[in-house]
Design a protein around this ligand. Structure first.
Ligand code: ADP
Ligand code: MG
Length: 259
């Protein structure tokens, strides 16, 4: 999928053991990104997408990232999810330096610590709603009956108790996004990342999904970072940051930047 680039240099000394509590640079931060640079090379040209970006998100916080298309929002979220690596800079999640993890540790991190909601749902079309939601639990080796039971309880929570056995392909766009949200949360991740989660929906469904995400954030005390053009999602966040020229600056939910 995404190209792993070289992780050239870190700005803080890596701890010898990431299980040592003292390894955390800041104890209450779920995510701390320090001096992230991301440079894409195509042929002879270079695109500097992130240019020394830093971000600290505390437990329970809900942060919206706005900015025009191409600003680098998805690039940042992919790096925070360990789906891509920065050209340089460091990401700590729960005090662990993602750049210091082995491939197996990264796979476990993605499965257990991060829930990701994409603009398009990325569900498995031929699997049922409950099988899609159970997938992260099955991947980590949970027994099928137990995983499906947890999936059903999350599907009830997102309002899809009548759709448990529907195949993903048989669901509407709004329903598919509800399944994707349930799947992102079923493993109780430390961090929920959402990349324009309402971007593909009509206004009414977008509004419903925005409210659902807000409700889940509060009832489950999530830590949420979302990239969005949706003013409702942005306005109801604790902080709005605008990605501009490769760094984050204070932003507003209203105004011309929201397309
Ligand atoms: N894999 C890639 N290779 C080259 N350029 C990329 C790649 N991914 C993203 N880009 C470029 O990086 C910039 C930021 O993209 P992106 O993070 O998707 O922005 P946003 O999500 O804010 O719309 C864009 O100019 C895009 O073309
Ligand atoms: Mg994007």
């Amino acid at each position: 999928m995404m190209t792993a680039t070289e992780n050239a240099g870190t700005h803080l000394p890596r701890s010898s053991s990431s299980d040592v509590p003292g390894a955390q640079p800041a104890s209450s931060a779920v995510v701390e990104a320090i001096a992230l640079r991301k440079v894409f090379r195509s042929g002879a040209s270079e695109i500097v997408v992130l240019n020394g970006l830093s971000l600290r998100v505390s437990a329970g916080e809900r942060v919206a990232i706005v900015g025009p298309s191409g600003a680098g929002k998805s690039t940042l979220l992919h790096i925070l999810a360990a789906l891509d690596t920065p050209t340089s800079g460091t990401v700590y999640c729960q005090g662990r330096d993602l750049g210091a993890l082995s491939d197996a540790e990264l796979a476990a991190f993605r499965n257990q610590q991060v829930g990701f909601v994409w603009q398009r749902h990325h569900l498995l079309a031929d699997f049922t709603a409950e099988e899609n939601v159970a997938m992260p639990l099955l991947l980590r080796g949970m027994a099928r009956a137990e995983a499906l039971s947890a999936a059903r309880s999350w599907l009830r929570e997102v309002g899809l108790q009548e759709r448990l056995r529907h195949r993903a392909a048989q669901l509407s766009g709004g329903e598919q996004q509800r399944v994707a949200i349930a799947r992102a949360l079923v493993a109780h991740p430390a961090l929920l990342l959402a990349d324009e989660p309402t971007g593909d929906l009509d206004a009414q469904n977008a509004d419903a999904i925005a409210r659902l995400l807000e409700h889940l954030h509060h009832t489950h005390r999530l830590t949420t970072i979302l990239a969005t053009h949706n003013p409702v999602l942005a306005r109801r966040s604790d902080r709005v940051l605008r990605l501009e020229r490769g760094v984050l600056v204070p932003g507003t939910a209203a105004g011309g930047e929201l397309g």
